[in-house]
Write a protein that binds this ligand. Structure first.
Ligand SMILES: [Zn+2]
Length: 265
């Protein structure tokens, strides 16, 4: 991936298909679902080993840096002769879960987070803290939510990482989970903080008072009881649309996170 460029969804898709064509024995690209605006959601499968992890980016439309950086991280792995993961794990990466929102934010709605149906996917997952935000608001109603839930059930992963922006911080605490679960989460979060230079979010920041639960890691932690963390890239003071210069800076910060996560889960 060339950094410093504003990629369209189609350019991203084409790039992934080229990657598969170039390294057919190293990476598989498949479609895991179709969005409201009829875009296919791509997933990359690469790596080998006992542990399986799922990694997502681009859940929120305007968070345009992470999808590009994640694809570069996948490419690093695929193209390296000596694997940095040392057969530690198999990675199921969905770099752009919400392609409709990504495209809407690239047009004239720089602040757009939702999907094309106007729903925040990261408040749409079944969980104990899910709240109805309008009449008949049901968890799992959206194509993107369903697609990711299906992958979780199919892969039954040992851990899950979700990349968002902004804050340069790591959310690890889960109020709905027990102390043993949270102790492990803290251990992983500390390793990730060392690797990225990001800070740990306070436990009481998990859900804002005015907000609903039902995000990706809520669902995953409650249903699979395996580690699930949210990594917020990009400094809080950056403005949307995010500047493409943040691709390289973010890459330098998070490029080791998959390796560190596989090692600590
Ligand atoms: Zn987000």
């Amino acid at each position: 991936m060339k950094f410093g460029k504003n990629y369209s969804y189609l350019e991203i898709l084409q790039y992934l298909l080229n990657l598969q064509q170039k390294y057919p024995d190293k990476v598989t690209v498949e479609s895991i679902g179709m969005t409201f605006d009829m875009r296919s959601i791509p997933m990359l499968i690469f790596g080998a080993g006992k542990k399986n992890i799922v990694v997502t980016g681009g859940v929120h439309g305007r968070e345009s840096i992470n999808p590009i950086v994640l694809i570069q991280m996948a490419e690093d792995y695929i193209t390296k002769k000596e694997s940095v993961f040392k057969n530690k794990g198999c990675i199921y990466m969905i770099p752009l879960l919400n392609p409709d929102g990504y495209e809407i934010s690239r047009m004239d709605h720089a602040l757009w987070k939702n999907n094309a149906n106007g729903v925040d996917i990261n408040r749409n997952f079944p969980s104990k803290t899910f709240e109805e935000k309008w009449e008949d608001d049901k968890p799992g109603s959206e194509a993107e939510t369903k697609a990711l839930m299906k992958i979780f059930y199919r892969v039954n992963p040992d851990g899950y990482l979700d990349f968002h922006s902004r804050g340069k911080s790591i959310f690890y605490y889960r109020s709905q989970m027990n102390d043993a679960y949270n102790a492990k989460q803290l251990k992983i979060a500390k390793a990730l903080a060392t690797s990225t230079g990001y800070t740990l979010e306070e436990p009481d920041h998990e859900i804002d008072a005015s907000d609903s639960g039902g995000n990706t890691v809520h669902f995953f932690s409650e249903y699979f009881e395996k580690p699930a963390l949210t990594i917020e890239t990009v400094a809080e003071e950056e403005r949307f649309p995010l500047d493409v210069r943040l691709q390289r800076e973010t890459y330098n910060e998070i490029k080791d996170t998959l390796r560190v996560f596989l090692k600590t889960i």
